[in-house]
Structure formats: C-alpha cells, structure tokens
Design a protein around this ligand. Structure first.
Ligand SMILES: [Zn+2]
Ligand SMILES: [Zn+2]
Length: 342
C-alpha cells in the first residue's frame, strides 16, 4: 500500500501505463446506500422513539436491560475488536471459527458487510481529513456554519451518498479469505439474526407477545441505534473534540469519556498514531474493552500475535510530537514579534 495517489484518484500499480481506480460512484450504489441508511439508521431511530414511548406505558425491567446490554456488548465488540482492529488493521491473528464469529458479531450491528467496512476504513486512514476521506467533519469550511455542516455530514449524511472504495485495492487480504468472503456475502442474514435472537429470548422468557416485542425493540432496534451512533461518533466527535498528544497531520482526537463508553474506540488519536496496535488506550489503567477482550481471546488460545507498540516506539512518537509542538511555538513567537515590529 505504498503506491502514490495521483490527482485523478487513480493509483499506479508500479507498471508503466497501468492505473487502478481507487473509488467508484454510481446511481446503483447511491440507491443501495440510501436504502441502507433508511433501513438501518432512520428505522432504528424511529424504533428507539417508539420503545422509549412504550416504556412510559409498560416500564422496562431486567429483561429489556439485560438483552440490550448483552447484545450491545456482542455487537460492539464485533465492530470494535472484529471489524476495526482485526479485519481492518490486522492487529492480531485468529483461527477461522473466531474470524467468522467476529464477522457475524460485527455484521449484526448493521453497519455494512465486513469487506466494505474494512475497505472504507482503510481509505479513511489513508486520506484522514483530506479530500477523499468520505466522512471527515473538517472539509466543509472553518467558520461556525462549516463546522456544523461538517459534523452533520460526518455523523449522518455521508452515508446517503459516498464513494465506494475499490476492494481489490484496499482489502486484497480479506478477499483471499474464503470464509470471510462468504460471511460478508451473508451480511443481511446476520443483521436479521441480531434482531431475531433477542426477540426469541424475550418470547421464551416471558411466553408473551409483549415479551417478544420488548426483546426485538431493546435487544434489537434500540441496541442497533446506540451502536450505530457510537461508531458515527468516531467520524464526527473524535475528529473534532479532544486531545492530540501525538500531533498528527490529521485531526483525530482522544476522548476519555467516549473511550470508556464505546469499547475503547474513544482513544481514536492514539489509534491514528499506531493504527496496527490492538490497544487503543496504550496504557493498562485506561478503559479499553476491546483490547481486554482481545487479551482474553489470547489467554483462551483463540488469538495470537497481538500487536502493541513497545515503550520505545511510544516514546519516539511523543518525542516527534514535542519537536513539532516547539517548532509551532517558535513560529507563533516569530509571527508575533514580526507583527509587533512592523
Ligand atoms: Zn482505524
Ligand atoms: Zn479516524
């Protein structure tokens, strides 16, 4: 992936006269994207409003909270540890049953098939906060209106119409994994399974239609809404607000509160600094649920080669950031003295 990007969005493959298109757009893809948005973003929003309204009539209890919590954990870890850290960034190795399980767990979150998600996310890292980054909040103007438009785009509307990355270019490793190609093709089956399982448990536990509906809403629809909003926060909030200890070229941020709330994903700036690291928190005392899950898999013999940066690598990154910081400080001082002197 060290090829150079040219201005047309075409990339050389190292041979004279050959070029490969990196992303495509078509009316068919736009229709699919809009349909997905209405089914799995607008639909869960309406379902969540209905569930909250119903809770005033029939208060929620242990069943609803339990199903929500368990399905939130399963699908969240599927996206964060599976889709993101394993499939996109290859931060550990796992045998076929674990790979397939992670793909199914992540698919149930309804964020798209694993192969598409990984390709889009690799493109995000390659172009972070530059033209071509399909969900950057930082490309819509620096004034207040531009900032708001950028946040709305990054959190919601980019999904309605966006370029589709060339999967042959971005995820050739995943396309060679037959089990994952099959799991990715059956994406819609897994989404439906993620709705059916809590519905069935709700029905079996209560032996009522109301219980089935409560399971469907809280373990299925509300959970889907919350997980999707959490992952959208990576694109919007975590490229806007928070700390930047490594002073990267992109605008990625760390947000400790989101770090705790969304499976460790809130340490997004750390992640941009060390994309292949299985740990995003980069310290044992910070909450990073997905990393702890990966370490648990490793203890059980279900994950190997877990990648984390060495203390020396972290120190080298910090030192680079400190140099950049002092250079920026010097430039600011020079500009101030220059303007005072003129
Ligand atoms: Zn990433
Ligand atoms: Zn990012």
């Amino acid at each position: 992936m060290s090829n150079a990007l040219d201005v047309d969005g075409l990339e050389g493959d190292g041979r004279e006269g050959k070029a490969r298109r990196l992303a495509i757009e078509s009316p068919f893809l736009r229709r699919m994207q809009r349909r997905h948005f209405f089914l799995f973003n607008v639909g869960p929003l309406l379902g969540t409003l209905a569930a909250v309204g119903w809770a005033f009539v029939r208060p929620i209890g242990a069943l609803e909270l339990g199903l929500f919590g368990v399905m939130w954990l399963i699908t969240g870890l599927g996206v964060s540890a599976g889709y993101h850290r394993f499939f996109t960034h290859r931060s550990f190795k796992a045998p076929t049953p674990v790979r397939v399980a992670l793909a199914i767990m992540g698919s149930m979150a309804a964020l798209g098939p694993v192969i598409s998600w990984a390709a889009m996310h690799r493109r995000h890292h390659r172009l972070a906060d530059r033209p071509g980054d399909m969900h950057s909040p930082n490309l819509h103007g620096a004034d207040f209106g531009g900032r708001v438009r950028g946040l709305v785009h990054a959190h919601f509307t980019w999904m309605l119409q966006h370029e589709y990355p060339n999967i042959v270019h971005y995820v050739p490793d995943l396309l060679e994994d037959r089990a994952i190609v099959r799991a990715s093709r059956h994406y819609q089956t897994w989404v439906v399974l993620g709705l059916l399982v809590p519905t069935a448990i709700g029905a079996l536990v209560t032996r009522t239609w109301e219980g089935a509906l409560a399971g469907f809403l809280w373990g299925g629809v509300v959970r889907m809404f919350v997980v999707a909003q959490s992952i959208s926060a990576l694109n919007s909030i975590l490229h806007t607000l928070g700390s930047r200890p490594f002073q990267l070229k992109d605008n990625s941020r760390n947000n400790p509160l989101l770090g705790m709330l969304i499976w460790g994903e809130g340490w997004h700036h750390n992640h941009h600094a060390f994309p292949r690291s299985a740990s995003f928190a980069l310290a044992w005392y910070r909450v990073d649920l997905s990393y702890w899950f990966i370490r648990l898999l490793e203890k059980l013999g279900l994950a190997t080669n877990v990648i984390v940066p060495t203390p020396e690598q972290k120190e080298a990154r910090r030192a680079r950031a400190a140099i950049k910081d002092s250079n920026a400080h010097l430039q600011r001082n020079e500009a101030t003295h220059g303007s005072q002197g003129s």
